[in-house]
Structure formats: C-alpha cells, structure tokens
Design a protein around this ligand. Structure first.
Ligand SMILES: Cc1ncc(COP(=O)(O)O)c(C=O)c1O
Length: 486
C-alpha cells in the first residue's frame, strides 16, 4: 500500500516547488496582460502541429511542474484567438478583469462547494447578494428576487425555459411532458439566440415547439407578428407558455421592443423572459438604462457577467421574480446531502440549479464589482459604447455601409459601393484575421440574409488607436479583394 507521504508530493508539490510555480504563474499572467496587444490576434490553425503538441504528453512519467506550466502557457498563448486583445472584435468574449483572474485562482485553491449552503455559507450568501443586487438593477424588487449563477447564457436560457414550464404546469415535476394534453410552444425573435433551440431539444419539447417571430427592418421582433402567432397557435389547440425578448441580439445587437412584447405575454398570461445576456449591461449606465425599459415586467432574465462585464468565463446568471420557482423546478431531497441549510432557512444552491456540485462562480463578479464599483462599470460600458460609435462613424466616412441599427457597440457593415456576397465578406474578414491585426467575423443580417462584416467592441482596453488599426486593415483587405493579384 502507498502512503500519503509517497503520493502527496506529486499532487501538493513541496514548498520550494510551489514557490517557483506561483512566481512563474504570476509572471506568465502579468507578461500576457502587458504584451497581449503586441501579439497577432489569431493563430495559424495548424491542426497537425497543435494536435502533436497535445499528444506529446503521454502522462507516463512525472514532468517538472514549473517548466511544464511555462511550456503550456507558451503554447496556449501561441495557439488561441486572443479574446483579451484590444483588437478582438468578436463574439462578446471579453478581456478578463484582473480581479476575475485573482478570483479564479483563489476559488481553485479554496475549492468551495456550492451545492450545500452549509459547506460554503459565505460564498452562497455572496452570490445571493449579487443576484439580488443585479435583479434590482433590472427592476425586480429585491425582496422578490431570486436566481442562480450558471455556466453561461445557454444554461440560464435553458433554466428560463424549464422554470416557465414548471410554473405553468406544476404536474411536470411528477408526470412529465406526457401528462400534457396540449403541445407547449414558445416564442423568440428570428434573431434570438440558438440556445433556445438547444433547450427545446434537450428538454424534450422538440424543436417544433419553438416559434421564431419575424423581425422589422431594425431586426427587432415585431409585436404584431408575435400576437398573430399567439392567436394562431391558440386557435390550433397549442399551448403557448413562454415569450422571450432579446436585449442585444448576438448577430446584430438589436434590442427587441421589450415593453410591447411583455404586454403581449401578460395579455396571454404567459411567462415573460428577457435574454439580456450581453445587452443587459446597459442597466448599469443611467443614459443607456431606458434601452432595457420593460425588463422590470419580466418573470426572468438572463444576464452574462462573462460578456459586457468582462468577467472571465463562465459566469452566467439567471434572475427571477418568483422566489419559489427554482426550488419547484430543481428541488430534490436526499439523505446524503447536508441539511443544516434547511434549519437555518437558507437555500441550498444544488436545489436551485441545473448543476449539483458547483464552482464559486460569483466571486469573480463580486471582487470585480467590489473594486470597480457600479460607477467603474458605468464608465467602462460607456467607453466601449463610445468606441462602437467611433467605429460606426469612421466606417461610414471610409465608404462602408452600416447595415444594423443598435445603440450598443456592435457594427455590421459592408462595402458601400458594391454589393458583396457572403464569400466576398468572408474573404475580407479572412484577410483582416490573417493580417493578425484584428479579429472580425461575418454575418447574414435579417430575413434577406444580407451578407456583412461584424465587429463588436468586446474589450474594455480598446482605444481609438485600435479602431484605426482595424480600419486600415479593412481598407487593405478591401483593396486586395477588389484588385486581386492574378
Ligand atoms: C443573446 C445571447 N443569449 C445567450 C447566449 C449564450 O451564452 P453563453 O455562450 O454564455 O452560453 C449568447 C451568446 O453569445 C447570446 O448572445
């Protein structure tokens, strides 16, 4: 039999080795933070070399910790799209706050278990305080507010779908979907996030239960089309149960007419969810707050701290005004879980969440907010919004046509003089990416599927000089695309 003195050294490592490891870790992180904007934003996708590096680890022999960490850090730096780069104009993936990085490390060391309240009472209460504070910002009264940290927006949206179902049909907890004599259906804009499609499939409702509602020329859900779909489905004997408004669509940053959609949901007595995964950050900035008006009517809200709040991944949040609905949806009693929470009238997080064992996700937001404050975040979000406005104006000045309409910092655009197809847009995006100077993507906008380029300000470190770099990379890519070398 082996003893702990034999096995521990390989896992805990001895003190001098740990000291060297921590020093290396901190210097690797600091070096990255200081030099990320000098790196090419994206790597060469050399799949064989990447796979060969991963597979070079056979795990047959112990390796020296510090050198191994250093080597992996170098290769990870080489082989990733640098989402923390100020010239990453991508898919809502932020540059992490420094307090998130510290929180992630601290959480890994203390390893609090957020399943039973009594195992991590302070961590649980810190998350609850965040949930209530954020809910208040969205207009949900603090004394009614409840919620849970999730892995991301997809889990929060899935949670919304499940809570809406259990709220409407409590018998689902026992008898399941087969107890329903009508097909449940739910509604999201045609520009809504596809996590709802996933949730429809994974919940057993099926993709056919999802109704994608037409959008107007600004890519906002049409409330008249929503009302017509609700009437039509009811007339056909279907059972609408959930209506979703999106505050900041993934493709083009559109904000649905939240009050009108909420009114339609209320008139039909349906659960009203607002997917504010990205755009929800507007509630923290007084002059942007009106964009989210109507959210105070929501039964639930999705908000991702790992998007506009620059928290390291993953940090999603599901908020609700129904304090009992999470327990009704996820509550499970077992003999093996600690029960002190019940005696102390505290909620055990595992009975509130799709997850069981859960990481202390909230700490990175808690620490970031504690240090920056609401005002610090307002300043940052305002800055990113101003960078979006700058990009929009400069693009228009340089012969690009803006094809989306949002006050948020997400710009979809194409060449103003020529009508580009998707392949042409992709060639230009690829040229920008290959230049290493910036990362942008392509998109097909709206019902007409208008091909366009897409650039979103996702980093709080993006400054006018980075916008200038993007613009000149775009100009070069455009002239190369228009004058190909034959
Ligand atoms: C509007 C919206 N909802 C939900 C999601 C899913 O979030 P996550 O990737 O954090 O699961 C996204 C992702 O970009 C999104 O843009």
């Amino acid at each position: 039999m082996t003893s702990a003195t034999e096995t521990t050294p390989l896992l805990l490592l001895d003190e001098p080795t740990r000291a060297s490891l921590w020093t290396t870790l901190v210097s690797e992180i600091e070096r990255y933070l200081q030099s990320v904007d000098e790196l090419p934003v994206s790597p060469a996708l050399d799949a064989p070399a990447i796979r060969a590096f991963a597979e070079s680890f056979t795990f047959e022999h112990p390796l020296p910790p510090t050198e191994t960490l250093r080597s992996i850090a170098a290769q990870l730096t080489r082989y990733q799209v640098h989402t923390p780069h100020p010239s990453y104009y991508g898919l809502f993936n932020p540059a992490s706050t420094t307090m998130s990085i510290a929180a992630d490390a601290l959480v890994a060391a203390l390893n609090p278990q957020l399943a039973a309240w009594s195992h991590s009472p302070l961590a649980s209460e810190m998350e609850l305080h965040l949930v209530r504070s954020l809910a208040e910002k969205f207009g949900i009264p603090r004394d009614q507010a409840d919620g849970v940290f999730t892995s991301g927006g997809a889990e929060a949206n899935h949670t919304a779908l499940l809570t809406a179902l259990f709220h409407r049909w409590p018998q689902l907890a026992g008898a399941g979907l087969r107890s329903l004599d009508q097909q449940p259906v739910f509604y999201v804009s045609a520009e809504g996030h596809h996590s709802f499609l996933k949730a429809a499939k994974a919940s057993g409702l099926g993709a056919d239960s999802l109704r994608e509602i037409e959008v107007d020329s600004s890519l906002r859900m049409r409330p008249d089309a929503l009302r017509a779909a609700l009437e039509r489905d009811r007339a056909h004997g279907l059972a609408p149960f959930l209506v979703i408004a999106t505050a900041g669509t993934t493709g083009a940053g559109a904000i649905d007419p939240i009050p009108d959609i909420g009114r339609a949901a209320r008139d039909h007595n349906l659960w009203f969810h607002v997917d504010a995964a990205w755009g929800g950050a507007a509630v923290l900035v007084p002059e942007l707050r009106p964009l989210l008006n109507g959210t105070e009517q929501a039964d639930s809200v999705t908000f991702d701290a790992h998007k506009f709040l620059s928290i390291s991944m993953g940090a999603g949040i599901y908020l609700t005004r129904h304090p009992d609905v999470l327990t009704r949806t996820f509550g499970t009693l077992t003999a093996y879980m600690p029960r002190e929470g019940e005696r102390l009238q505290a909620v055990d997080p595992f009975s509130h969440s799709m997850q069981w064992s859960r990481r202390f996700t909230g700490l990175k937001l808690f620490l970031s907010l504690a240090v920056a404050g609401w005002e610090g975040y307002a300043v940052t979000i305002r800055h990113q919004t101003a960078m979006g406005d700058l990009l929009r104006t400069q693009l228009a000045d340089r012969g690009w046509k803006i094809v989306n309409d949002t006050p948020l910092p997400l710009v979809c655009f194409t060449d103003a003089a020529h009508s580009w197809d998707l392949a042409q847009c992709q060639r230009v995006a690829n040229a920008v990416i290959e230049s290493g100077q910036a990362w942008i993507s392509t998109i097909q906008v709206g019902r007409e599927k208008q091909p366009a380029l897409r650039a979103c300000i996702t980093s709080y470190r993006t400054e006018p000089r980075h916008i200038e770099t993007l613009l000149s990379a775009l100009d070069q890519a455009r002239s190369a695309a228009e004058n190909p070398v034959v």
